[in-house]
Design a binder for this molecule. Structure first.
Ligand SMILES: *[C@@H]1O[C@H](CO)[C@@H](O)[C@H](O)[C@H]1NC(C)=O
Ligand SMILES: *[C@@H]1O[C@H](CO)[C@@H](O)[C@H](O)[C@H]1NC(C)=O
Ligand SMILES: *[C@@H]1O[C@H](CO)[C@@H](O)[C@H](O)[C@H]1NC(C)=O
Ligand SMILES: *[C@@H]1O[C@H](CO)[C@@H](O)[C@H](O)[C@H]1NC(C)=O
Ligand SMILES: *[C@@H]1O[C@H](CO)[C@@H](O)[C@H](O)[C@H]1NC(C)=O
Ligand SMILES: *[C@@H]1O[C@H](CO)[C@@H](O)[C@H](O)[C@H]1NC(C)=O
Ligand SMILES: *[C@@H]1O[C@H](CO)[C@@H](O)[C@H](O)[C@H]1NC(C)=O
Ligand SMILES: *[C@@H]1O[C@H](CO)[C@@H](O)[C@H](O)[C@H]1NC(C)=O
Ligand SMILES: *[C@@H]1O[C@H](CO)[C@@H](O)[C@H](O)[C@H]1NC(C)=O
Length: 342
């Protein structure tokens, strides 16, 4: 069976949620999978067309400053997780675990606590689907994501139907090194990627592309802490939400210049634009329903998805079960469990 109407509808709702270069060259070297997420040397100013509904990181300091701890301070580390908005207040909680992840820190000497998270600058819908703008041929993406660090942990926000669980205790010296890592990670990792794409749902599947989202950030941060000497322990399972696409081996198509530029093959560009047409942020219920029909049609019937990754397009020959949202365990880093995160 293909994906049901219901799951597509839910996926759609998930994608509408509020707050919360590449390998593929002309070179003859064989493609490595998963395609590495491209790092940049700086973060560009977002285009003024991209306007957030909710301001990014409203209570963080302007330049993301992270306070220096004394080397010998003892800092508790918390795993923070909460359902994203629609799933918390709608009746969808329980159908899917669509969760947002973050990390909390508490300095046991000063009593001050802090939240660190990574999320979309312009909401998830904009990171997942582009805007088709009149007069601009290439689909237009408002897909930046970034780290936000602010003082305080809103306990009730995380506890209700989520988790606020102590997972480690580190020194101030380790915390300060993590702070440096976050700065660098935030400077070089600039865009959000919703989808994890792999060959099938089995544990042995070939992973074509990895998501780059709030939970990927938390997993990278845990791994960094682990490498700096942190020891992790959780009383509960550490599960994360991932949104999967299943496809055969992807093929590289090109970037905005090669696909949509003056010397490009117009057919390919038109196919991509046509594919993304129904995914535009909907203006009415009617438009939403038409969009959903188109999504089912394209992904399931045409077995096609055009993935945008590293600011380049890939063709995915989609196959069953097409799309899946999972909430599965990824253990905390430990000596037994060697790095699963890259
Ligand atoms: C997406 O981007 C558009 C254009 O900048 C903006 O109006 C909108 O608020 C953003 N958010 C969503 C969820 O579409
Ligand atoms: C990450 O980058 C964003 C966008 O430039 C910025 O607002 C934020 O403060 C930075 N976060 C950290 C922790 O440096
Ligand atoms: C938390 O989950 C319970 C059980 O599913 C539900 O009854 C309750 O409304 C949820 N709380 C919120 C704030 O959604
Ligand atoms: C964080 O600090 C706030 C304000 O003092 C307090 O209400 C909250 O319980 C603290 N949370 C944790 C996990 O330390
Ligand atoms: C995964 O690979 C192992 C070893 O190659 C094999 O024994 C196992 O049957 C495979 N599992 C699946 C679900 O394909
Ligand atoms: C697109 O790809 C071409 C060929 O690989 C490259 O020369 C060009 O700089 C790229 N353009 C952008 C905007 O990345
Ligand atoms: C242009 O792209 C289309 C669709 O990808 C393809 O069928 C066609 O052969 C291409 N034409 C040329 C001249 O490369
Ligand atoms: C967490 O993941 C494990 C295995 O990945 C699964 O067995 C378990 O049911 C998941 N927990 C929840 C609450 O879904
Ligand atoms: C290591 O990972 C496996 C599954 O991936 C899990 O069952 C096991 O409990 C983990 N061990 C530790 C010490 O976390």
């Amino acid at each position: 069976m293909g994906i049901s109407w219901w799951s597509v509808a839910c996926l759609w709702l998930a994608l509408q949620r509020a707050p919360s270069a590449s390998a593929a060259s002309w070179a003859a070297t064989p493609q490595t999978w998963p395609v590495p997420y491209r790092r940049f040397d700086h973060r560009p100013e977002p285009d003024p067309f991209c306007q957030p509904v909710y301001p990014f990181c409203p209570t963080g300091s302007r330049d993301g400053e992270i306070p220096q701890m004394k080397d010998r301070d003892i800092i508790e580390v918390y795993r923070l997780q909460t359902p994203v908005w629609e799933f918390k207040y709608g009746d969808l909680l329980g159908h899917f675990h669509i969760m947002h992840d973050a990390i909390g820190f508490r300095n046991t000497l000063t009593g001050n606590n802090y939240t660190m998270e990574w999320y979309e600058l312009f909401q998830l819908g904009n990171c997942t689907f582009p805007h088709l703008r009149p007069g601009i041929e290439a689909p237009f993406w408002c897909n930046q994501g970034a780290a936000c660090f602010f003082e305080g942990i809103d306990d009730s926000h995380w506890k209700e139907n989520g988790s606020l669980v102590k997972v480690s205790e580190i020194t101030g010296a380790i915390f300060n090194k993590l702070a440096q890592w976050v700065k660098e990670d935030n400077r070089t990792g600039i865009y959000y990627e919703t989808w994890t794409v792999q060959s099938d749902p089995s544990p042995n599947a070939t992973v074509w592309f990895k998501s780059y989202d709030c939970s990927a950030f938390v997993l990278r941060a845990y791994q960094t802490l682990f490498e700096l000497g942190a020891v992790f322990k959780s009383p509960t399972q550490t599960n994360y939400t991932r949104i999967f696409l299943y496809s055969g081996e992807p093929s590289y198509l090109g970037n905005d210049t090669t696909i949509f530029g003056p010397h490009s093959n117009k057919t390919r560009g038109e196919e991509i634009t046509y594919f993304y047409f129904p995914f535009r942020p909907p203006h009415s219920v009617k438009e939403l329903i038409l969009s959903l029909l188109e999504i089912v049609d394209k992904v399931v019937l045409e077995k096609t998805f055009y993935l945008y990754f590293n600011f380049e397009y890939w063709y995915l020959p989609m196959k069953q079960p097409y799309i899946k949202i999972t909430y599965e365990e990824i253990p905390l880093p430990s000596k037994q469990n060697k790095s699963k995160v890259t």
